[in-house]
Design a protein around this ligand. Structure first.
Ligand SMILES: Cc1cc2nc3c(=O)[nH]c(=O)nc-3n(C[C@H](O)[C@H](O)[C@H](O)COP(=O)(O)OP(=O)(O)OC[C@H]3O[C@@H](n4cnc5c(N)ncnc54)[C@H](O)[C@@H]3O)c2cc1C
Length: 392
């Protein structure tokens, strides 16, 4: 399904309460919540939809609970999401299988288009295939955004702008008040989808291969195809290419080869580990991966993005009525409470996975005593229902 769209001329000629840059989970959910409250909302994405995206395609329990709180509890199931029951990790040919308390697999092409359609249904205008860039603040009453597509660029303006453009933060290049730093030893993301793959990659399980060169996650999505997503050392991608680098990680971990990944179309990302500071400026809020990236394991990235999209909406509505500089501090604090705090566990896990000997020993222990993993998995998956519901 291709969501209904808008022309550049209409976007330029209208007066918006909110312009949202990026129609991933963070931007689309924020757009939907704002439009439902009557805000004139423009959602812009540089890609045409539906679009693929480098991602493991897993939504964890918390992601599902944020959707539920937003009244979208049936969205994943309606689009054919596959329930996830286990997480199989292999390190140095040793396999550990853990039970997942919740979660589903759904391709990002399907999930993100479905969320955009919900935002449009709620009244948001959608402008795909248009690259947006925030212009420096020169006016106390509005924020301006440069919209570029085929033909001459156009300027649009809104009371508030949300930047939810994921890892590609070029849209903030002109906003000197905000810095985006990529960590020196950052891995890069790469991914593809293959229509087949060996049967051992069964539906309902997240398969994860860990090696010194990075890790690769494989999961069956709604049409039975195998979604492959990897976080890899840049040096190995440079020397082997993404497909061979992923194949090497699978082999080193002890997973059977997936022959078709060599023929698949791979997409890549910029450096993953990054931090944006501050995450707000005059009439501007930053959220989702654009606010900082922490490597996810069982579907945390989408959960954080959705949680941020839900949390920012009430603040944004206040900002539309009357901008106050204190709102910048309030978004930073809300973000710290709702998202950054919950990322600490994944940060620690990412450090462990960088050392296969430590990871191998840790997973071997969890394999013998799976009860030890339960609190971690529960923590990653458990919704803070009261907290999240209160923002909607
Ligand atoms: C290898 C890998 C595996 C992952 N696996 C999982 C997983 O299984 N589960 C999970 O929950 N998370 C996973 N993640 C993380 C997850 O993909 C992200 O955290 C999530 O997509 C963030 O959502 P977002 O809305 O912030 O940004 P995105 O989903 O990245 O959306 C940003 C949107 O902004 C658009 N955009 C960018 N620049 C511009 C611009 N200038 N103008 C207009 N539009 C623009 C892009 O086209 C895109 O549509 C994974 C990430 C990687 C790299």
């Amino acid at each position: 399904m291709t969501p209904a769209t808008l022309s550049l001329d209409v976007a330029r000629g209208s007066s918006w309460d909110a312009i949202i840059l990026g129609a991933g989970p963070a931007g689309s959910l924020a757009a939907r919540q704002l439009a439902r409250e009557g805000a004139r909302t423009l959602l812009v994405d540089k890609r045409a939809f539906p679009r693929d995206k480098v991602c493991g395609a897993c939504l964890n329990g918390r992601a599902l609970s944020v959707l539920q709180s937003a009244g979208l509890g049936t969205l994943a199931a309606r689009h054919g999401a596959i329930a996830l029951g286990s997480f199989e990790v292999r390190v140095r040919h040793r396999a550990t299988r853990l039970t997942l308390p919740a979660g589903v697999a759904l391709s990002r092409a399907r999930f993100d288009s479905a969320l955009v359609a919900e935002a449009i249904d709620a009244g948001a205008a959608f402008l795909p295939g248009v690259t947006a860039s925030v212009l420096p603040s020169a006016d106390d009453e509005v924020r301006r955004v440069l919209l570029t597509s085929i033909g001459p660029a156009a300027e649009a303006q809104a009371r508030v702008v949300l930047v939810a453009a994921g890892l590609s933060n070029h849209c903030l290049a002109r906003e000197t008040a905000i810095r985006n730093d990529v960590a020196d030893r950052s891995r890069i993301g790469a991914g593809c989808t293959v229509p087949d793959g060996p049967e051992c990659y069964a539906a309902g399980t997240i398969h994860m291969a860990v090696s010194r060169a990075g890790y690769v996650g494989l999961v069956r999505v709604e049409d039975g195809s195998l979604n492959v997503a990897a976080a890899l050392e840049p040096a190995i991608v440079k020397s082997l290419g993404a497909a061979d680098a992923a194949a090497a990680v699978l082999a080193e971990a002890g997973f059977p080869p997936v022959p078709s990944i060599g023929r698949a179309t791979w997409r890549g990302t910029a450096g993953l580990t990054r931090r944006t500071h501050p995450i707000a400026a005059s009439r501007l809020f930053v959220l989702g991966d654009a606010a900082g990236y922490v490597e996810p394991f069982t579907g945390e990235g989408i959960a954080w993005a959705l949680a941020a999209g839900a949390a920012v909406a009430p603040l944004e509505l206040r900002a539309c009525e009357r901008w106050e500089p204190a709102l910048e501090r309030q978004w930073a604090e809300l973000y710290r409470q709702r998202i950054a705090r919950r990322q600490l566990l994944c940060k620690a896990l990412a450090l462990v996975l960088r050392h296969p000997s430590v990871a191998g020993a840790a997973f071997a222990m969890l394999g013998r005593m799976p009860g030890l993993a339960e609190p971690f998995l529960r923590r990653l998956n458990t919704p803070s229902v009261a907290l999240e519901a209160s923002t909607l």
